[in-house]
Design a binder for this molecule. Structure first.
Ligand SMILES: NC(=O)c1ccc[n+]([C@@H]2O[C@H](COP(=O)([O-])OP(=O)(O)OC[C@H]3O[C@@H](n4cnc5c(N)ncnc54)[C@H](O)[C@@H]3O)[C@@H](O)[C@H]2O)c1
Ligand SMILES: O=C(O)C(=O)C[C@@H](O)[C@H](O)[C@H](O)COP(=O)(O)O
Ligand SMILES: [Zn+2]
Length: 365
């Protein structure tokens, strides 16, 4: 097992990454519990794959559990399901010293984490990420929240988990499309801050997608290490943490434009958004000419979406997409900020990007 410590003073926690963690759940979280009961929030797909083994492991360790099983998909990250989750936690008489478990992908982690953050003004929660995306990104760092009609993640809170258990075996049941989407966030780390990791991904990505467990665990560990170090330096995104948003200004506008539907998964949008951010950087004369082609070639080798043309159905025009970006949380004084790149592994925050250059990138697709 690998352990990555996230050092945030009183909010510090461990991310434990390995095989068989679900079967040892009682031992892995027992020390956090003040009484032997937990409330689990999950979705239907994850419940089918992982809820029974988790409940059995907890029960074998003398820990009682109750579970709320929500519909799968991005539209669950919404006011109605937040309200339902909080009401259910109250019905279960979850107390301030209890622990809520988020068992699922990023949708469940963001929703259950937000519910925990507002329940009785804040109860602790444990992330048990079950998708690649959740293992490498959403379970770590404490961003929780929901989408609204106006845009992505617009209501939420910073609420750090008390522990994260990333059981690599859970990826066996993850659909291939979801694995590739999660890989979009993995590639992001190489692009934003570690060229050697990107090169390793170019060599290892296809075998990882085929199921190589050691490669999967190594990718999760490196991603979590990178995210943990950034979050430790800038927990609430005053500065450097915005680098983790590489590709997301494009991605979030596209997710909103596709109605948070399965036309475009978040991680797919991140991969497309990273390529667009690279095109934008190249267009502005900041990034070597050949760099975007290198990412495009890797995404193609991984069988991933790489352009707007790969998104099924109609999309709004470039002007409308630019307009949707206006709700991005990186906006300052009404002006967009983008994460741009000087090279693979070297991203930075740019405040003065000409909208015309963004429109050109969007028009080129
Ligand atoms: N908080 C953060 O820092 C952060 C970071 C990145 C992404 N996110 C958010 O995460 C969400 C995307 O997360 P996601 O890609 O995990 O999506 P998701 O939670 O919808 O999970 C993907 C799909 O896979 C299924 N699934 C998950 N694990 C499974 C398993 N082990 N076996 C079988 N099926 C399984 C789910 O039911 C779902 O249908 C987005 O809302 C995004 O905004 C948040
Ligand atoms: O942890 C972060 O910080 C991130 O930006 C990680 C992103 O991958 C993630 O999608 C996050 O939810 C985006 O946050 P937002 O503040 O742009 O909504
Ligand atoms: Zn993301």
């Amino acid at each position: 097992m690998d352990t990555v410590a996230v050092d945030l003073g009183p909010r510090s926690y461990e991310v434990r990454i390995g095989r068989g963690l679900i079967g040892r759940a009682a031992e892995e979280i027992g020390d956090l519990l003040r009484r032997p009961r937990v409330a689990i929030i999950t979705d239907e797909n994850v419940a089918a794959a992982a809820l029974a083994p988790l409940e059995a492991a907890l029960s074998a360790g003398g820990i009682a559990s109750a579970a709320l099983v929500l519909p799968p998909g991005e539209s669950t990250k919404s006011w109605p399901h937040l309200s339902r989750s909080v009401d259910w936690l109250l019905e279960q008489k979850v107390e301030r010293r209890d622990v809520v478990i988020a068992l699922g992908g990023g949708v469940i982690g963001d929703l259950a984490g937000f519910a925990a953050s507002i329940l009785r003004r804040g109860v602790r929660f444990v992330q048990i990420p079950t998708s690649l995306l959740a293992m490498v990104d959403s379970s770590v760092g404490g961003k929780t929240g929901i989408n609204t009609a106006q845009g992505k993640n617009l209501v939420g809170a910073f609420h750090q988990p008390a522990r994260v258990l990333a059981d690599i075996d859970l990826l066996d049941s993850l659909p291939a499309r979801e694995f590739r989407a999660g890989y979009g966030e993995v590639v992001k780390y190489g692009l934003l801050g570690d060229a050697a990791f990107f090169e390793w991904l170019e060599r290892s990505g296809p075998n990882m997608a085929q199921g190589a467990l050691d490669l999967r665990q190594a990718a999760v560990r490196r991603s979590v290490e990178m995210k943990a170090r950034i979050v430790e330096r800038d927990e609430t995104e005053e500065g450097e943490r915005a680098l983790l948003n590489l590709g997301h200004t494009f991605c979030h506008a596209l997710e909103r434009a596709t109605g948070y539907s399965d036309r475009l998964l978040h991680g797919e949008g991140v991969a497309i958004g990273c390529l667009m951010a690279m095109e934008l950087s190249r267009k502005l004369g900041l990034l070597p000419q050949e760099a975007p082609g290198r990412l495009a070639a890797h995404l193609s080798a991984m069988g991933m979406k790489a352009s707007l043309a790969d998104i099924p159905g109609d999309l709004p025009g470039a002007e409308r997409l630019l307009d949707l970006m206006g709700q991005d949380k990186k906006v300052v004084d009404g002006r967009l900020r983008f994460i741009l790149m000087r090279d693979i592994g070297e991203a930075f925050v740019a405040a003065d990007v000409p909208p015309e250059a963004v429109l050109e990138v969007l028009r080129a697709g």
